[in-house]
Design a protein around this ligand. Structure first.
Ligand SMILES: NC(=O)c1ccc[n+]([C@@H]2O[C@H](COP(=O)([O-])OP(=O)(O)OC[C@H]3O[C@@H](n4cnc5c(N)ncnc54)[C@H](O)[C@@H]3O)[C@@H](O)[C@H]2O)c1
Length: 245
């Protein structure tokens, strides 16, 4: 139990990668804050993890909304009194080729996948700074490293998140707070299932390990940055089955 007495917030953890990360942190003894803007998902996941024996607080919160974030952090402090781990995981896609990309879809992806990390990390870092310890992991994407057809908004947001990760690492190293990013490749979740079988097959064929990743593959990488890696900060770890494009 490497995380006994530790408290972790995972944004967008009602399902998919965020839920799997929460389960992995919980298995190491952490108290978990399940956060999602989708009330139903948030409630169901909170109930299921609690039934499985976890110390879990569910907070419905939209991570693009500062007031709602402040409320979440206040609730966490009231219930648990500390925050040791923050995983900025909430994210969306609104794909289209560059010339067809609407400003609305550009902005929605920047707000949810990048600005949210700025908004959530600020109040959390106030708490971690006082504690003089903390671990921040941002869920980026291989798209943020290499680019991808139809994802200029998503690539820009995730590349921004990687730059954000490195800067927080520099500014907070003196307070014993690490900041790293995990960049997933093609992972089997609701986000990718909506692409349909044909596209999924064409992507999977290109992956050297010949399978999509699972949310648990990503959780394993997050766990490294949270439970080990005390001399690793500002790093981006691609978890992509060997596909570096
Ligand atoms: N699935 C992949 O192949 C893949 C690849 C690279 C990166 N990622 C990243 O991993 C993260 C998780 O993706 P996933 O595949 O689990 O997606 P998902 O769509 O299955 O889950 C995302 C969750 O985030 C929640 N969410 C969305 N916007 C929110 C907001 N504003 N406030 C609070 N909650 C919000 C959703 O309700 C949902 O429950 C995302 O940041 C995504 O960009 C995923």
């Amino acid at each position: 139990m490497k995380l006994a007495d530790k408290v972790a917030i995972v944004t967008g953890s009602g399902r998919g990668i965020g839920r799997s990360i929460s389960e992995a942190l919980m298995a190491e003894g952490a108290s978990i804050v399940i956060n999602d803007m989708n009330e139903e998902l948030c409630k169901a996941t909170t109930e299921e993890l609690t039934k499985a024996g976890g110390k879990v607080l569910g907070v419905v919160c939209n991570v693009t909304d500062s007031a709602s974030i402040e409320k979440m952090v206040a609730e966490v402090m009231e219930k648990f009194g500390r925050i040791d781990v923050l995983v900025n995981n909430a994210g969306i896609t609104r794909d289209n080729l560059f010339m067809r990309m609407s400003e609305e879809h550009w902005q929605a992806v920047i707000d949810t996948n990048l600005t949210s990390a700025f908004k959530v990390t600020q109040p959390v870092l106030k708490v971690m700074s006082k504690q003089r310890s903390g671990r921040i992991v941002n869920i980026a994407s291989t798209t943020g490293v290499h680019g991808n057809f139809g994802q200029c908004n998503y690539a820009a947001a995730k590349a921004g998140l990687i730059g954000f990760t490195k800067t927080i690492a520099l500014e907070y190293a003196s307070r014993n707070i690490t900041s790293n990013a995990v960049a997933p490749g093609f992972i089997d979740t609701d986000m990718t299932r909506k692409l349909g079988e044909e596209i999924i097959k064409s992507y999977t064929d290109k992956i050297p390990l010949k399978r999509m990743g699972t949310p648990a593959d990503i959780a394993e990488a997050v766990l490294f940055f949270v439970t080990g890696g005390s001399y690793v900060t500002g790093q981006t770890l691609e978890v992509n089955g060997g596909l570096y494009t």
